[in-house]
Each structure stands twice: as structure tokens, then as C-alpha cells.
Design a protein around this ligand. Structure first.
Ligand code: OGA
Ligand code: ZN
Length: 376
């Protein structure tokens, strides 16, 4: 983009700008002073100017388009002159903001017949940043990817995950061992079926991503399941807005009170939350770890009906993907979007051992920004 400033004029508490392509912008005086590009520390790229040290009436004493084509402002206070590059101004113009476009690509059971589209090879990600970006895009946009042909030694998923960032620790330890054991502290550590769920909904901030690395899987059963919670939420938003509204409004309680812990966890959150643009933020759904519901009495019936409907849809064959993890596969998913489950397996017919890891969502998104050289 290369656009020029053609005209600048004062308008109340801001400057009107006319651009060479005919578009018009307005920039508030305090906004302009606050974002003066000269007031950034070179190394940290943190702001060195403190708006609290000038008055709220700060305004341009003089302003012009200078010989370099930049907007030049001499300020009424602080003996300071700012220079704004037109491309920078246009890129950050909040009055010409483009409409929000969701980064999410929603999917349903049709993905079953095209799992290659979300599969990516371990060695490629290890060797090339292009492939790392492709993997991160899958995680961010689809919330689901399967890494193929990884080593099957214990803890060998770590170097791959460290291509992204550090691990998010939880009380399940790193990695957590998904294997059937006596006296388990989680249903995952049995051979029983797991209904579709997210992990750790009783944390204030449950881990953003989960990685289940398959070391052995030759017992009968133990099929993995995934469902795009954003797809199902979107289905409700379009087909049953009342239910959708209830799920975005009424807080649900989640608990952990397992016998191995010297802590007891409890957290309230809605099953569906939205971001500032009305797009999907989190899906929080887990039948086994739901606590004893304590919403206002007038909401209880409404809530249970909505919860029941949502739960049924989250297990509906129209939306769900089912596959069997192979040794060396890593099942990767957005833990606050894609619910996961498994069918029961028979430990008398063979072995099943997965090692699990978590990463925060911040790490996926910030790494993508960095690798794609995002400017902000
Ligand atoms: C888990 C889990 C699924 C599986 O460990 O959180 O849900 O396939 N495991 O064993
Ligand atoms: Zn789980």
C-alpha cells in the first residue's frame, strides 16, 4: 500500500485527513500524541511517552503535510514535534477499520473423509519454518491437526512442541500419562469411554491447546473423537437463538476434588463465550467435571434444557469426527474449542499409551504473528 496525504484540517478534538485515493479519516488529538512513533524505546518497542503527564487539552499548535509527505504536528505542550508516515497512519486508522473477519474455519463430520487436509509430517515441522507455519495455521484456524510419523520414544513430542514454545504445566504433570492404571484420579486413566469434553474446565484459564502423542495403540477399541464446538455453537446461534443466548449467559460450575490433590478447584463460566467482535472465544463443556449447578433459580430449567440440547449436539454424528490414532500420531487440538473423547478399549487385547501435553493459546497465536512478521 502506498497512499499519500492530500489534505489535513482541524475538526473539533481531531484532525480530518483526506487521502490521495479519496478516502477520509479522523484522528483524535490525544490518540495522535499518544502514538507518536518517536516515543517508542528502540529495543523494547515499549512506549516511553506518558499521556498522564500532559493535559487533556493537548492539541496541535501547528500542523502540515511536510516536504517528505509526512504529517508533521507541533504540539501545544511539551515542546515536541511528531512526524507520522502516511502508510503507518492509514494502516492504523481506526475510522477506516475493515470489518472483522473470523480466522476460524469451522468443520463438521465431513472432515472424516478428508483427514489428510489437517495432517502434517513431524519431520517437516522440525526442519522447516514454512511447515511450522502451516501447522500453526491449522491449529489456529481449524483448532485441529494430526502430526504424523513422530518418534514413539517417551517424551519425544517435546522438541516438536518446543518449536512453538514452552509447555503449560498443570497438576497432571508433563507429559501426563494416558494409560489405564489402578486408582486413577481421572477417567482418562481408565479404559472406559470418555464422552466429548475439554480438559481442566475448573481452571480460571484452562490450557488453550492439548497434544496427545500416541506411543502404543493396539488394543481393541479406543477410537478418538473430536467435535468442533464453534461449529455446534454456530449451529445453535442460527437455529436456536434462545438456547444459544442461555448458554452465553448462565454460568456453569466446574470442580476438581480428586483424591490425589491437596487443593480443591472450582470455577464458574458460561458454556459459550464470545470475543469483543462477537466471534467464538471459548467452549467450556465437560459432563464428568461439572459441579452442582447453582445458577439463579429462575434460570435452572432454562439452563438444563439448553445444556442438554448443546450436549446432544456435541455428540451428534453429523458433527463428529472419529479416527484411530496410530503409533507416532499426535492428536493436536484447541482445548477450549474442540471437544475430544474416545470409545472404550479392551486392555486384554493389547496396549494403549498416550502422552499428553498442554500449551497456552497465547503461544500458538504469538508464534504465528512472529513467523508471519505481523506488524502491530
Ligand atoms: C485425556 C483424554 C483421550 C484418549 O487424556 O484428557 O481425554 O484418547 N484422553 O485417551
Ligand atoms: Zn481429555
Amino acid at each position: 500500500m502506498s497512499v499519500k496525504l492530500s489534505k489535513v484540517s482541524k475538526n473539533g478534538s481531531g484532525l480530518n485527513i483526506e487521502w490521495s485515493d479519496g478516502k477520509k479519516s479522523n484522528f483524535n488529538f490525544m490518540w495522535l500524541r499518544d502514538n507518536c512513533p518517536l516515543d517508542m524505546d528502540e529495543d523494547t518497542r515499549e512506549r516511553t511517552f506518558n499521556i498522564l503527564e500532559v493535559s487533556e487539552n493537548i492539541h496541535p499548535k501547528e500542523y502540515k503535510i511536510n516536504v517528505d509527505g509526512k504529517l508533521e504536528i507541533e504540539w501545544s505542550e511539551g515542546n515536541h514535534t511528531s512526524f507520522y508516515d502516511p502508510n503507518w497512519l492509514r494502516k492504523n486508522c481506526y475510522t477506516l477499520k475493515e470489518k472483522y473477519i473470523s480466522p476460524y474455519k469451522l468443520w463438521d463430520s465431513k472432515l472424516n473423509s478428508n483427514l489428510e487436509s489437517i495432517s502434517i509430517d513431524y519431520e517437516n515441522i522440525m526442519q522447516s519454518d514454512e511447515d511450522l507455519i502451516q501447522w500453526l495455521n491449522l491449529l489456529h484456524e481449524k483448532g485441529f491437526s494430526i502430526v504424523k510419523n513422530s518418534p514413539t520414544e517417551k517424551k519425544s513430542a517435546l522438541p516438536l512442541l518446543n518449536r512453538i514454545s514452552h509447555i503449560r504445566e498443570t497438576f497432571f504433570n508433563t507429559p501426563f500419562e494416558v494409560i489405564s492404571i489402578p486408582k486413577p484420579n481421572n477417567l482418562a486413566y481408565t479404559s472406559k469411554r470418555l464422552v466429548n469434553h475439554m480438559d481442566l474446565p475448573y481452571y480460571e484459564l484452562p490450557p488453550g491447546y492439548q497434544f496427545l502423542h500416541c506411543l502404543v495403540n493396539n488394543a481393541e477399541g479406543g477410537m478418538s473423537r473430536a467435535v468442533d464446538g464453534f461449529f455446534v455453537a454456530d449451529y445453535l446461534r442460527n437455529n436456536d437463538p434462545e438456547t444459544f443466548k442461555t448458554l452465553t449467559r448462565v454460568p456453569v460450575v466446574f470442580v476438581n476434588r480428586d483424591y490425589t490433590q491437596d487443593k480443591k478447584r472450582l470455577y464458574h463460566a458460561q458454556e459459550i463465550t464470545l470475543n469483543k467482535d462477537g466471534d467464538y472465544n471459548d467452549i467450556r463443556f465437560s459432563v464428568p467435571t461439572m459441579g452442582i449447578m447453582d445458577c439463579p433459580p429462575e434460570d435452572m430449567e432454562k439452563f438444563y434444557k439448553a445444556h442438554y440440547k448443546f450436549g446432544k449436539l456435541l455428540h451428534d454424528k453429523r458433527f463428529m469426527v472419529e479416527f484411530k490414532l496410530k503409533e507416532g500420531d499426535i492428536f493436536c487440538f484447541n482445548n477450549r474449542r474442540v471437544l475430544h473423547g474416545r470409545t472404550e478399549y479392551d486392555p486384554n487385547t493389547g496396549h494403549r499409551h498416550l502422552q499428553g501435553y498442554y500449551l497456552d493459546r497465547d503461544e500458538i497465536i504469538s508464534r504465528l504473528h512472529y513467523l508471519k512478521k505481523a506488524e502491530f
